[in-house]
Design a protein around this ligand. Structure first.
Ligand code: ATR
Length: 279
């Protein structure tokens, strides 16, 4: 049976195995999907072991997406632009690296939530791996100007350089948040909610009919989404739909068929109150 795995740490509460097994069951595809705990120190070794054991494909989550980028023999254009990999496809003796986080986010917003992203003035809060993964796809989806704000300014500048879209993308200092004007789309991509940090964001960032998205779900997304609702957001969306959609895109890369995501999404959403946060 073909072997698939999720690499990351910690993975105890990961929903990915459940999502992929449900897709495989629905499409009648025989495969195994397991979790392989790996840290930055031993990821290369674990991945090589998995390849030797006949591993056909993988997903990569925190904190390994940038490392995975460096371990691939070939890269999709999206992985190249994000310089981060969340999907591995076996190619010969090595791995082709892809990134489906951005396509997953855009599909969740566009198809599930019926949000027209085109022309939206967009603020991206955070410039780590999660922000990198989604920024290129947001630009491709036709958002208007993208402003990147990050606690550590250098990292915001690096992301702006990477996106290479002069005139469309710029960085601002965190201290300048109260003076940036308002945005029609705000994407929260920091890990603060997962690590107990609290963001103080001015309500003035919210344009009328603003859409707010947190790439996390569950408790980790609660603080930002509460701020967004208090700021008058038309929609405050967590990252559960993105998680399911990025998984479906990865599944399609491996098996050539895209699963229907509604049933899996709805089941997880119904349980969300009881689910821990994470991938
Ligand atoms: P991820 O893969 O989740 O993006 P990461 O690459 O470690 O994880 O990036 C974490 C992001 O959350 C960064 O943008 C980080 O800001 P710094 O670059 O300044 O570290 C941001 N972040 C984490 N905790 C934060 C906090 N308490 N306030 C603001 N930003 C925070």
């Amino acid at each position: 049976m073909s072997q698939f795995a999720l690499f990351g740490h910690p993975l105890a509460h990961s929903l990915s195995p459940r999502i992929h097994r449900a897709f495989a069951r629905d499409l009648g595809i025989a495969m195994e999907y397991r979790t392989i705990e790996a840290t930055a120190e031993n990821f290369a070794e674990r991945l090589a072991e998995f390849a030797r054991a006949g591993g056909a494909g993988g997903n990569v989550t925190l904190p390994l997406k940038e490392l995975a980028f460096g371990l691939c023999d070939a890269l999709s254009p999206m992985a190249q632009r994000a310089q981060a990999v969340n999907t591995l496809v076996r190619s010969g003796s090595g791995w082709l690296g892809d990134n489906t986080d951005g396509s997953g986010l855009v599909r969740d917003l566009s198809d599930r939530h019926r949000i027209d992203l085109r022309g939206r003035r967009t603020l991206l809060i955070g410039a780590g791996g999660a922000a990198r993964g989604v920024a290129p796809a947001l630009l491709d989806a036709g958002i208007d100007k993208l402003v990147v704000v990050n606690r550590t300014a250098e990292r915001a500048d690096q992301l702006v350089d990477l996106l290479d879209a002069p005139g469309r993308v710029g960085s601002r200092y965190w201290e300048d948040l109260p003076a940036l004007g308002d945005f029609e789309l705000i994407v929260h991509a920091t890990s603060a909610g997962r690590t107990g940090g609290k963001l103080e964001l001015p309500f003035g960032l919210a344009a009328p009919r603003m859409v707010a998205v947190d790439l996390n779900y569950g408790e980790a997304a609660a603080g930002f989404l509460a701020w967004a609702r208090a700021a008058g957001a038309e929609a405050a969306i967590d990252g559960l739909g993105m998680l399911v959609e990025q998984a479906a895109d990865a599944f399609e890369r491996w098996h050539g068929r895209r699963p229907d995501t509604e049933a899996v999404h709805d089941a997880l959403r119904a349980e969300l109150a009881h689910l821990p946060s994470g991938d």
